[in-house]
Write a protein of this length. Sequence first.
Length: 277
Amino acid sequence: MDPYAADVTATGPRQAGAELEADTHGMVAAGALATTAIETVLGTIVLPAGGDWRIFGIWAQVVRATSTAAEAIAGHPDYTITSGDVLLDGQSVLAMEADERARAGLFLAFQYPSEIPGVSIANFLRAAQQARMAEGEELDASAYYKRLYSKMDLLNIDRKFTSRSVNEGFSGGEKKRCEILQMAMLAPKFALMDETDSGLDIDALRIVASGVNAMRGPNLGVLLITHYQRLLDYIIPDHVHVMWDGRLVKSGDKSLAVELEAKGYDWVKKEFAFANP
């Protein structure tokens, strides 16, 4: 079976999803699926991290659909993938636990980041980096803090935040910047960004986008999930795909997102219905 065309079916308590197919440059393209109340087809996810760096934006009208896809890829325990595969640099991640997928290079930036009382940002990130190092290898504390402060400055995060508990008492913008800080420090191969623009004012959006754009390079792929075109004014996608009723029904470049902003979704629905009677 062609690994770029196989289905991945996940079962779980939440509804909606996507069938996805990757191109040869490391990002995800599209296919079709069917959903029920407990079954979601998530599609083939092929995530080669090398090659051209591309941002893939999913423009979705169904809120949970894209979050389900991202969480299933990352290994959320609410979902069981029952067929197909998820490949990162050609290696299946399905047999891996969530922490193993993270060490392999996957990163999930949450729409609603959780608070972790009693765990400081500095200790959280230090432990996360140490966990990804070889057994017996120790993190250089001086180099770690130099790099941490550099990334915090990039994201306009006060250095005093290093002693604060992760996300506890943070504003929406501070939480999202903390997510991007984690992404910058962990340097993943492939990032799943679930509605990173949710709850951000324009100033916070610009800061977060600047942090993401600073990571552009040949070793990072990004699945960028959004419901609004404004994010794509600051993070320019290589591909835009439209999800409707659990299906990826339309593909294009950034101009597609601009068209959707101006015209809405109805024309996409009608076009898809005509092509799939």
